[in-house]
Design a binder for this molecule. Structure first.
Ligand code: FAD
Length: 488
């Protein structure tokens, strides 16, 4: 039969493998690590389970779709529950804000806790929804790099409404045109970090993100985030996909502008289709050495990275939920540090994710598994050991102050992930979380397409290519790959 090779078992690679198997390809997936999932992996330590990377799960229908496509019942593999409280927000002035999933309840919460009005929240969310309805066919669900996309009626109508998607001012400028309370402004500006961007530079088009979260909801996979990876790998195996772990693809083999296969342990394995799930920067610099690289694309500014402390905490905190944010007092300076100074602000916004709130088995009795993350610049050779030591002190002081407890004394186990280890574990250039950043109005057009313009049979999936980073977009990239595959 027709043979396809997928290089990388990240979520985009697994989804592409499933879609190709459904199309009738014989599919083999090669993964350099000993485990699947790439950034979406898990680990156990001292009785605690931690999801290593993503913690927020939106658009679950994109996962279900893969089971349905393969003729299976999604609930035989994977289940998830909707969150009523999306996130709890803590401010240094003692304000505590609850982001209710229910839009009216949330608007009321803003009106009660800040000086902004419920009406303005509703107006802002209406704008966010409008941006979504204009952009999603063009920017998310198809290739931006095929003429056919531009000749579709939906695309033309979107392009005619171009100014309505608000590309000419920044996210923050748009947010400030609706709200005046710094607490509300920080709340909405933070959505820029969902794809590793800077609200003070990213186009206001990205104000579509709150709509995605509210419309599709925030969910928790009952088995933890890793069950997304685990259930999709099981599905892939059930429909005949073969996985090879600890097996890097050493080269993508090309001849006369056609892909010929991949080099594995020095030998060429032939395939008519190769789908690369590795960061596109690595693909051109390591796997496609002799080929001309799209320099403009590879030189795009990278999205931000993260510093994460995985702490086992020997106490329970009733005031905390699955998702919690402790805001910086000076959000502008925090982003200035990340994007202009390439370092970490002394009062960073701290995100605490506690999966044991939803899945008791993730922590021993009376304990909680804290995933404590701040946004940091991508790796440009900073003195990370020094930066991390300082950040750890500042984070502990901030959490202790806000929660009225000495957090350091409650830590019973600690692991750390930083830009260097994100890069060494997932081959993401500079340790960035979402490939290139979306900090300018043209970023969407400078992401690599899902296919190669020069090499027939070579395709790209995952968070470093079109349409973007994050689980939902990585899943959509696999869908666009499958739709664009031409048999040769
Ligand atoms: P990746 O996970 O990047 O995996 C690529 C795989 O390819 C890796 O397993 C790698 O080992 C393998 N590989 C590379 N080179 C080779 C080779 N030569 N041969 C064989 N295998 C190779 N997204 C969300 O939706 N919600 C969140 O809350 C969220 N939070 C995040 C927090 C953190 C700390 C991180 C790191 C990411 C977060 N993301 C989040 C982003 C999300 O994890 C990624 O966008 C998504 O998982 C990327 O999937 P991918 O398909 O690009 O593959």
């Amino acid at each position: 039969g027709r043979k396809a090779v997928v290089a990388g078992a990240g979520i985009g690679g697994i989804a592409a493998a499933i879609r190709l198997a459904v199309k009738g390809y014989e599919v083999e997936v090669f993964e350099v690590n000993s485990y699947p999932g790439g950034k979406l992996s898990e680990f156990y330590t001292d009785g605690f389970r931690f999801d290593a990377g993503p913690s927020l799960f939106t658009m679950p229908h994109l996962v279900d779709e893969l089971f349905l496509l393969a003729g299976k019942n999604p609930s035989d593999y994977f289940s998830y529950s909707k969150l009523d409280v999306v996130c709890r927000y803590f401010y240094e002035d003692r304000t505590r804000l609850v982001a209710w999933a229910d839009p009216e309840k949330f608007a009321k919460e803003i009106a009660e806790k800040t000086t902004d009005s419920a009406e303005n929240v509703i107006r802002f969310m209406k704008k966010s929804s409008e941006i979504y309805s204009i952009t999603h066919h063009v920017f998310l669900e198809r290739s931006l790099h095929k003429f056919s996309t531009y000749f579709r009626a939906a695309t033309l109508s979107s392009l005619l409404k171009f100014s309505k998607i608000d590309p000419f001012r920044t996210m923050n400028a748009a947010v400030e045109s609706y709200f005046s309370d710094s607490r509300t402004i920080r709340f909405f500006d933070r959505y820029a970090t969902y794809n590793g961007s800077d609200p003070y530079r990213a186009p206001a088009t990205l104000n579509v993100i709150p709509h995605l979260e509210q419309h599709y909801g925030a969910w928790f996979p009952d088995g933890g985030m890793y069950s997304i990876t685990d259930s999709l790998v099981r599905l892939a195996k059930d429909i005949g996909v073969r996985f090879h772990f600890n097996t890097p693809v050493e080269e993508i083999v090309v001849k006369d502008k056609y892909v010929k296969g991949v080099r594995i342990k020095g030998e060429v394995l032939e395939a008519s289709v190769v789908v690369s799930n590795a960061d596109v920067w690595y693909v051109y610099n390591k796997l496609l050495k002799g080929e001309k690289a799209p320099q403009r694309v590879l030189e795009q500014e990278r999205s931000s990275s993260a510093l994460i402390f995985y702490w086992g905490i020997k106490r329970r905190f009733e005031e905390l939920d699955l998702h919690n944010i402790f805001f910086s007092e000076d959000y502008r300076e925090e982003f200035n540090c990340i994007w202009q100074k390439n370092r970490i602000y002394r009062d960073p916004t701290v995100y605490v994710n506690i999966s044991s709130k939803c899945r008791a088995a993730d922590a021993p009795e009376g304990c909680e598994n804290w995933f404590v993350m701040i946004n940091v610049p991508s790796d440009k050779g900073q003195d990370w050991d020094g930066l991390i030591a300082g950040a750890r002190e500042n984070i502990l002081a901030k959490l202790s102050r806000n929660l009225g407890a000495d957090i350091a004394s409650l830590i019973c186990t600690e692991s750390i992930l930083d830009p260097r280890s994100i890069e060494s574990k997932t081959f993401s250039y500079q340790g960035s979380l979402y490939g290139s950043s979306s900090n300018n109005r043209f970023s969407a057009f400078f992401r690599h397409p899902n296919f190669s313009n020069r090499i027939r049979g070579l395709y790209f999936t995952g968070g470093s290519v079109h349409p973007g980073g994050g689980i939902p977009l990585a899943l959509l990239s696999a869908k666009i790959v499958a739709e664009n595959i031409t048999d040769i």
